[in-house]
Structure formats: C-alpha cells, structure tokens
Ligand binder design. Structure first.
Ligand code: UD1
Ligand code: UDP
Length: 381
C-alpha cells in the first residue's frame, strides 16, 4: 500500500484535493492510503470547512492551525509543523497543489528530508516575480519528483526551465517526470455541476436571473492592498452596473471585505453601499459558486481558479490582472486582461457585450479524469 500525504491549506487547494481524494476512494483504495494535513492557512468556516463537508473530503488527519501572518512567519511556522508530521508518518510521497504558502512550506519540509514531491498544477508561470505565488511555484516545481501540468503552456514552461520530456521512470527529484495531463478543477466542475443544480439556492436567495448578472471576485493582494487599484476596480464595476442596469454578484474573500473598509475612497464606499445592483456576498460554498458561474453572463475576476471555471462553463472573463498564467483562455478570446484599469475594464465589458456569441471554448483542460491519471502515474513510478 502506497502512502501519500496531501497538504491543503487555502480554499482552492481544498477544492482541488477533492478530485484526487475522490479518485483514490473510488478506484485506488486498495493501493493508495491518503493522509490529509491541513495547514490552517485558511480557517474561517466559509473559507475551509464548508468545502471539506460539501465536497466529501475526509476530515484532515492533522490540522496545524497556522492561521494568518506575514509570508515569512506563516511559511516558517508551517515548515516546522509539516516536518514533524512527515517524520512521524514517513509517507512515500507528499502531494502539493498550486502555489500558496502552504504549497511552498510543504515542498521545503519534504525536500529537506528526501520525501518525493508530487506537484499538481505544475509549470504555471506569470513571469511576474513580484507575485508571491510566482516564487512559490518556481521553488516547488524545482523540488518536485512528479510534476503534473494542466496545460500545454505549463508543460512547455517546464521544458524552458530545463526539465526533460525524455526522462523515464523511476523518477526522482534529480530525474523528475513531467506530464501534461489536464486539470483536476475541470474534473470537479463536471462532477459537481448537477449536484449544484439540485442543491444550490443561491440564485433565488439573491434574486439573480440566468444570464442577467455578472459574477465578480477580487482577492489578489496587489488589488486589495493597493488603494489605487482597488478604487479603479470598484469604480469600473459601479459604473458598468449602473449604466447597464445589471446586477453584479460579488462573493468577497475576507481580505477584500477588510480592504474595502480601509482602502476604498469614501465616495466609492458610499456608492457601493447604496448600489441597487452590486450584491456583496460572504464567501460562498463551491456548489453555490459553480451555480453562480454557470448561470452568469460574464465573469470579472483576479482569481486563477475562477478564470478557469468561467472557461469550463463557457463564460467570458475580464481579468483584473496585468498578466495570466492561463494564457490559453486569452488566446481563445474568452478572457481579456484588463488589469486594474477602469477604461480597459469598461472596454472589455463592451467587447463581450457585443461579441460573446462568437467565442469558442476548445476543450483544453483534459477529459474530466485527470485525478485518476495522476494516481496511475504515482503508482507506476
Ligand atoms: C492565499 C494565497 C493565494 C490564493 C488565495 C486563495 C498565498 C501567498 N496566497 O491568499 O495564492 O489565491 O489564498 O484564496 O499563499 N483571512 C481571513 N480568514 C481566513 C483566511 C484569511 O480573514 O480564513 C484574511 C486574513 O486577514 C489574512 C488575509 O485574509 O491575513 C490573507 O490570507 P492569506 O492566507 O495570507 O492569503 P490569501 O490572500 O488568502
Ligand atoms: N470559490 C468558492 N467560493 C467563493 C470564491 C471562490 O467556492 O466565494 C472557489 C472557486 O470556485 C474556485 C476556487 O474557489 O474553485 C478559487 O479560489 P480563489 O479564487 O480563492 O483562489 P485562486 O484560484 O486565485 O488561487
């Protein structure tokens, strides 16, 4: 029996981990034993436990309760605690997701004691090292043994950084295996879509009608913590919603709720509070989120995961960033990089309002069984 330790911590990792856990339970339970470690990076019920319950993830075997803090403090505390767990459990592999501080901490802890790392969502690059996530990704990839990239671009980025496509199993940290394999988030969107249709009441509860509202999310630190950027994004959303008499559903990360109180100009803050169109919601559950994504007319976001889910559900996305790791979405014409620039955001909205029907969404994120493929590759090494 192969033993893996899965490290989760932030909201998107909990969601991504659901796909592999499900594949193990359904197809590999005699071959793989999964131990789940939650770092506690996200801890509010609506940022963590709701996903564990709703997506059927087993209760984490360890919760390290690290919580928030500066990058160094948060990551350092995690490394120390993850190392203790790894030494106690001595797994065959550590499985890490994405690019958060939890991902980085796990990769440092595991690599120092020579436990092979499986990195799911490897190879993604923004080529912007001022993003904390970019540093995390690069470091995690270069410490990993098995690297699973959801896109061809991600796979090619790894080749450009010196990884070899010709390596054969057995793979090691010095002789890593790289795979272009599809996206576990796509597995989840397909798997949970019908359940969302049956169980979510988010549209009725908020008086939202199919195709008649925009879905927005904002949480990137450079948008929340820079008042200029935060003000520009909210000014654009307030204007678009007023001029077009269209609702914007805005489930907010706690970081953004706090930033609105401190970083938004008073006039905009008042306009937001009195807006009849902008519906600020607390963070919503995954089923509610995919209900919102699959029924909206358009997505506005700075989230990596929400950009992709917009694409899965064939909705155009206005991206509040100066670049994206998910370049295929922009190349397909389904995403527009609008940065935190009111003029570009409005122009992108006008563009999608007239051209939406012409957009195509080629299937580039796998076949919905990426998690099963990853399990096979781990077992085969
Ligand atoms: C983290 C990831 C980011 C990811 C995001 C997903 C890093 C460096 N960043 O950003 O890549 O896109 O998660 O959502 O790891 N907070 C709460 N309650 C919580 C969690 C956070 O109130 O349950 C607040 C705290 O004020 C905290 C702030 O949000 O200081 C930021 O949390 P943190 O986990 O440090 O980073 P995120 O912005 O969530
Ligand atoms: N998500 C959610 N509820 C919300 C906001 C996001 O369930 O209120 C889900 C979303 O569907 C996606 C993931 O969280 O699966 C994306 O996480 P987030 O935007 O926090 O981080 P990122 O993907 O940018 O790292």
């Amino acid at each position: 029996m192969l033993k893996i330790i899965t490290i989760i911590g932030a909201r998107p990792q909990i969601i991504k981990a659901a796909a592999l856990s499900r594949a193990i339970r359904n197809h590999f339970k005699d071959k793989i034993r999964e131990v789940i470690v939650h770092t506690g990076q996200h801890y509010d019920e609506k940022m963590s436990q709701v996903f564990i319950d709703e997506l059927g993830i087993p209760t984490p075997n360890y919760n390290l309760s690290i919580g928030s803090g500066s990058h160094g403090k948060q990551t350092g505390r995690m490394i120390e605690r993850i190392e203790e767990v790894l030494l106690e459990e001595m797994p065959d592999y550590v499985v890490i997701y994405g690019d958060t501080n939890s991902t980085l901490a796990a990769s440092v802890a595991a690599s120092k004691i020579h436990i092979p790392i499986v990195h799911i969502e490897a190879g993604l690059r923004s080529f912007n090292k001022s993003m904390p996530e970019e540093i995390n990704r690069i470091m995690c990839d270069h410490a990993s043994t098995l690297l699973f990239s959801p896109t061809k671009t991600g796979y090619n980025n790894l080749i450009d950084e010196g990884f070899s496509s010709g390596n054969k199993s057995p793979f090691t940290a010095d002789h890593p295996g790289i795979f272009h394999c599809g996206d576990v988030m796509y597995d989840n969107s397909l798997y949970f879509k019908n359940m969302a249709l049956r169980e979510s009441n988010i549209l009725q509860d908020n008086d939202l009608k199919k195709d008649e509202y925009i879905l927005g999310t904002i949480h990137r630190n450079n948008n929340t913590d820079d008042p200029g950027r935060l003000n520009a994004i909210f000014a654009a959303m307030i204007n678009i919603s007023n001029e077009n008499k269209i609702n914007i559903a805005l489930p907010l990360h706690p970081r953004t709720s706090k930033a609105i109180e401190t970083n938004l100009d008073k006039t905009l803050h008042d306009q937001l509070e009195n807006s009849s169109y902008i519906k600020i919601l607390p963070p919503v559950s995954f089923l509610d989120m995919i209900m919102l994504e699959s029924n909206c007319s358009l997505v506005m976001t700075d989230s990596g995961g929400v950009q992709k889910e917009a694409y899965f559900f064939e909705k155009p996305a206005i991206i509040f960033r100066s670049e994206t790791e998910w370049t295929e979405i922009v190349d397909a014409g389904a995403g527009i990089i609008a940065d935190a620039d009111q003029r570009k955001i409005t122009a992108a909205f006008d563009h999608f309002s007239t051209n939406q029907k012409q957009i195509t969404y080629p299937k580039i994120f796998g076949d919905g069984f990426t998690a099963e493929f990853i399990c096979e590759m781990i077992l085969g090494n």
